[in-house]
Design a protein around this ligand. Structure first.
Ligand code: DX5
Ligand code: ZN
Length: 235
């Protein structure tokens, strides 16, 4: 221990220092699929923490993204955890399959689950971390009875389905509400923000209580994605 640093100093300040180091999860939806290996290597060699992988079924959201073969390919090249965001109806059908193809965190939509508690238990049973995503109209309060069953809450800051949309300003208020619920309940899930994230809104999101920033277009459409990830990490 450094001279002059009492144990109580470390107890008070170390968690805060740890807490300040937010995670960056580039969204592969905005990658160049003709150069998927190259873009995966870029994420591996950057300051990014996770790969964010969006699965869309054309039913829960109007768009269809990609499925198992593409995720298997990403997993083959990825050296960082796969954060899989399911925008699909009845996600229970595929929980084991996603674990088999390499998902580390599996996030389902609150609006797509009739028996959310059961779904979360099923995800955890496979050894994956369990997350819930909330559409912009879904109140954070609705999670109050499952807060201790969650590893992650993904707050959608756009309507899910497409990359490159404008950030919804109400998100800041919602992040604060959720961070408050987390504190009151003593739970420890991470708060992730997904949609329209950039260095413009990152500071305010982190101040509100966010831990993980997903960024698609802002990273992959920039001139230097590696540097853009470093900029988001340095916020
Ligand atoms: C939207 C997806 C997002 C998307 C974010 O439905 O869940 O992960 O890739 O893309 P940007 O950062 O471009 O808004
Ligand atoms: Zn997503």
């Amino acid at each position: 221990m450094k001279e002059g640093y009492s144990p109580s100093f470390l107890l008070i300040y170390l968690p805060k220092i740890y807490y300040m180091s937010h995670k960056i999860a580039p969204s592969i939806l905005a990658a160049d699929f003709g150069n998927l290996q190259r873009d995966c290597e870029m994420v591996n060699n950057s300051q990014a923490d996770w790969f964010h992988i969006d699965v869309m079924d054309g039913v829960f959201v109007p768009n269809i993204s990609y499925g198992m073969p593409v995720i298997k390919t990403i997993n083959k090249h990825a050296k960082k955890p796969l954060d899989v965001h399911l925008m699909i109806v009845d996600p229970d059908r595929y929980i084991e399959k996603f674990q088999e193809i390499g998902a580390d965190i599996l996030t389902v939509h609150y609006e797509a689950c009739t028996h959310l508690h059961r779904t979360l238990q099923a995800i955890k049973h496979t050894g994956m971390k369990a997350g819930v995503a909330l559409n912009p109209h879904t109140s954070a309060d609705l999670l109050s009875d499952v807060l201790n069953d969650l590893d992650l809450v993904c707050i959608m800051s756009v309507n899910p389905g497409f990359g490159g949309q404008s950030f919804i300003e109400n998100t800041y208020k919602k992040v604060k509400q959720l961070a408050n619920l987390r504190e009151i309940s003593g739970s420890s899930f991470l708060i992730e923000i997904d949609g329209g994230v950039s260095t413009e809104n990152a500071r305010k999101l982190l101040d509100a209580g966010a831990d993980v920033l997903v960024a698609g277009s802002f990273v992959f459409k920039s001139d230097n994605p590696t540097q853009t990830i470093a900029d988001l990490k340095a916020v």
